[in-house]
Design a binder for this molecule. Sequence first.
Ligand code: NZQ
Ligand code: ZN
Length: 400
Amino acid sequence: MDNFTYQNGTKILFGRGTETEVGVETKKHSSKVLLHTGMGSIKRTGLFDAVVSSLEKAGVAWVELAGAQPNPRLSLVHKGIQMCREQKLDFILAVGGGSVIDSAKAIAAGVPYQGDVWDFFVGKAKVTSALPVGTVLTIPAAGSETSGSTVVTNEDGNYKKGLTSEEFLRPVFSILNPELTKTLPVYETAVGAADIMSHVFERYFTNSQNVDFSDRLCEAVLKGVIRNLPLVLAKPQDYDARAELMWLGTQAHSDLIGMGRVGDWATHDIEHELSGIYDVPHGAGLAVMFPAWMKFNLNHDLDRFCQLAVRVWNLEMDHKNPKKTALEGIAKLQGFWASCGLATSLEKLGIHDNRYAEMAEKATGKGKRKLGNFVKLEQKDVVSIYELASEKGASLGATR
Ligand code: NZQ
Ligand code: ZN
């Protein structure tokens, strides 16, 4: 097990009715806030009114910035920074999904910074302070509710990039009421769950040795999603299954399951190019790319792929042909995601042109950067993984 520091300071209020506490929690930090929201779902469900009523009861004034869209845009972040500065707002309350929360975090980092907030995303500057952020989460998916990360799309060139600051970007509190997720359409629910599982895979595929406890935590999260996602899709009003999925989403990305090991994260970088260029939902892109990444890297550590197949998918280990077991595990994953309505190839995701070389070049910074840790991927490897995710490439099997 590797050395690690673990500190996740986000206060979580979980369960029915917890959104009514948002005013009291916010008041501990501020009396005048930017209320950041998405494309309208919270207005239709009544959550917006509940949040506003709680804020006003607690004596918190608010100014709304609506319009954070899936794959949140830099232009709206700039607008939010300007609003906070002009109207002296010193706290950001994000009500919505990962996109709203990420947009809020980017605004929070940008307000005290003299230059362009995009500098942080391209590594030109480091975050040294930020406004505090609180969240009311409406979809189990990104895990942004306790993470120190934000992912934003710069419309100028369609660059989607992430920024991490463990110290400054973790929300001070997050409110998680599973009831609020009952209005989620089936597709968004499945897309979110694919992201949750992908956050586990990014940690599971590691070269760190003797990490049995965190392996088991990872496997528990995966098994939890495999059990509860079909229940939620079949019966959207099932509170208990919704609650499991919501807590699994937070745990998948709250760091605990990844302590003592180095994660990979190449597939997230590879997917961000799809979301940046084609505006596909993040989880939908991951559901296409992860099986391709797995097939490409299968031979790097066959035992680990077999462990996943046996422990998570309950497959019988074929000791004479471990590769067969490992590939069956990947096929199980693809079958599961397909049964939940997710695309299994780039074409099924609506991507028919071949911009693989361009995306690989962008992801690797013209080949200067290798992606991932489990296996360090060069630009040409990334092209091969996009190819493997296409219908033609899928028939080729593992290539490395
Ligand atoms: O905008 P509204 O109208 O709310 O609609 C949203 C959106 O269309 C809708 N929705 C959310 N809650 C709902 C609801 N509709 C009905 N009822 C509800 N209760 O769902 C759609 C998707 O929302 P979004 O916020 O985009 O989803 P998600 O939470 O999956 O966030 C995705 C973003 O998070 C980033 C992704 O890259 C992507 O941009 N990520 C952030 C991470 C982080 N900060 O740590 C890590 C992740 O790996 C991920 O990269
Ligand atoms: Zn993700």
